[in-house]
Write a protein that binds this ligand. Structure first.
Ligand code: NDP
Ligand code: 2IT
Length: 453
């Protein structure tokens, strides 16, 4: 890191102790953008980066709720309103016991640049709670969501801040949250995205993150005159992003062979076909079961439990052509990255947010493989949320083909924006720099135009 970047990071570190994920996300952007600041001293003088790392607003609140046995519980709720330079705050809600301020600040920070890349007018935000939906009844989840929204409703609105799903928040939770917002405000508006189709949702939104990630990867391959046919693909996670990544890989001729959850992974060398994928969808979305159950139904596949204290995840040591990490942050460390490269992987497209540790990112960039950072490759989800907002504003619904076509165009445009920015700043082929620079320049320009904001 250059002198300015190193000094900048020292100051951010001193001001945000105990937030390693946030510091990691900031360091990555700063590393890519110091070359931009060298070329644009006006942005440095305007202290744009210093302002960007300070959220516009952080809301932290108590969420009391009652379980089915009548016991009282309390969780912590958050909403980070990071940056509204180019549109209302936009970003998901995560319900997971690991949620804390630093993790949501990292996600909100990433979201600012990701949303800028989508070409749509959306600022960046993120929220959630340390509530663990696992093992809870529908009634418990509903009461939690109602309590969470009772406070959050004061801070959001269709032109202010528009939350959506993330880990632990899917269609069921968005329904409970939307119902409570409507009761409190007496307004039927597009205040959340990921809504049900009958009440303002958009076709393709559930599929969009996974589909978009595979569209982005297809663009990277096409730039090298290649495609997915005959390619073995590793996928982690078995939630929303992983499921639709697998589906689109099948559409485009790839062979997905793995899926995982926090307990371990399944490896199905014969390939996860459409019938097996529908089993996974029913298992995870309806029965809310564990991926280990896959091998009871398909005994030729192998289930490997993963001990979190291991220094690597054996999923990433399976020989393959492509990898789609779609579970959570830092799921690929330096050892995993070395294993992926040794196993023949030449394309990594991130469905999850920041799934690769800094060591892993450097290994991929150093090796010169096709490596897409999440803020570019997983932007299809929020982009389609943007399309849901547009449809809500127009009070009409687009067809599946219309939304899918727009998603495909957006992913192609994001790919071009990354390639062009990387070329312009002398780091051709580096999608990390391309994504960070293109996202940064758009938001920085808007902030500058708006004065001291
Ligand atoms: P889901 O809750 O639907 O699924 C999450 C999956 O990841 C589950 O299989 C879960 O396993 C696994 N997982 C979660 N936490 C961990 C962990 N700490 N260790 C190992 N496995 C874990 O979430 P999504 O599919 O929506 O999100 C996955 C990733 O994609 C996240 O990084 C999210 O931020 C990102 N993302 C999501 C978008 C969306 O539109 N939903 C858009 C862009 C990015 P288990 O059930 O055992 O917890
Ligand atoms: O990380 C993300 O981009 C999301 N969880 C989706 C956000 C959204 O507003 O659709």
């Amino acid at each position: 890191m250059s002198g300015y970047a190193a000094e900048f990071m020292d100051a951010v570190r001193a001001k945000n102790p105990g937030e390693p994920e946030f510091l990691q996300a900031v360091a990555e952007v700063v590393e890519s953008c110091s070359i931009v600041l060298d070329r644009h001293p006006d942005l440095r003088e305007a202290r744009i980066l210093e302002r960007m790392v300070e959220p516009e607003r952080v809301i932290i609140f108590r969420v009391p709720w009652q379980d089915d046995a009548g016991e009282f519980h309390v969780n912590r709720g958050f909403r980070i309103e990071m940056n509204s330079a180019i549109g209302p705050y936009k970003g998901g809600l995560r319900f997971h016991p690991s949620v804390n301020l630093g993790i949501l600040k990292f996600l909100a920070f990433e979201q600012v640049y990701k949303n800028a890349l989508t070409t749509l007018p959306m600022g960046g935000g993120k929220g959630g709670s340390d509530f663990d939906p696992k093992g809870k009844s529908d009634g418990e989840v509903m009461r939690f969501c109602q309590s969470f929204m009772t406070e959050l409703a004061r801070h959001i609105g269709p032109d202010t801040d528009v939350p959506a799903g993330d880990i632990g928040v899917g269609g069921r939770e968005i329904g409970y949250l939307f119902g409570q917002y409507k009761r409190l405000k007496n307004e039927f508006t597009g205040v959340l995205t990921g809504k049900g189709l009958a009440w303002g949702g958009s076709l393709i939104r559930p599929e969009a993150t996974g589909y978009g990630c595979v569209y982005f990867a297809a663009e990277m391959l096409a730039a090298r005159g290649d495609d997915f046919h005959g390619k073995t693909c590793l996928v982690s996670g078995s939630g929303n992003v992983a499921q639709y990544t697998i589906e689109k890989l099948l559409d485009l001729g790839g062979t997905p062979v793995t899926a995982s959850d926090s307990g371990g992974f399944i490896h199905d060398p014969a390939g996860i076909d459409r019938e097996k994928l529908s089993y996974i969808m029913e298992l995870k979305n309806v029965r809310r079961g564990r991926i280990s159950e896959y091998v009871e139904r398909y005994p030729h596949a192998e289930y490997v439990p993963v001990d979190p204290s291991l220094d690597h995840n054996p999923l990433w040591a399976i020989p393959a052509d492509c990898a789609f990490p779609s579970a959570t942050q830092n799921e690929i460390n330096g050892t995993d990255a070395a294993n992926l490269l040794a196993g023949g992987v030449t394309l990594v497209a991130e469905g999850a947010n920041m799934p690769s540790s800094p060591d892993a990112v450097h290994a991929f960039v150093e090796a010169g493989i096709l490596y897409a950072p999440g803020k570019a490759s997983n932007a299809g989800g929020v982009a389609t949320s943007g399309l849901e907002m547009t449809q809500n504003s127009m009070r009409l619904n687009w067809s599946r083909d219309e939304v899918d076509g727009r998603l495909r165009t957006i992913m192609r445009d994001i790919h071009s924006a990354c390639v062009n920015a990387a070329d312009e700043y002398g780091t051709s082929g580096n999608y990390v720099n391309g994504a960070n620079i293109a996202g940064f320049l758009k938001v920085a320009g808007a902030m500058k135009d708006q004065g001291l904001v």
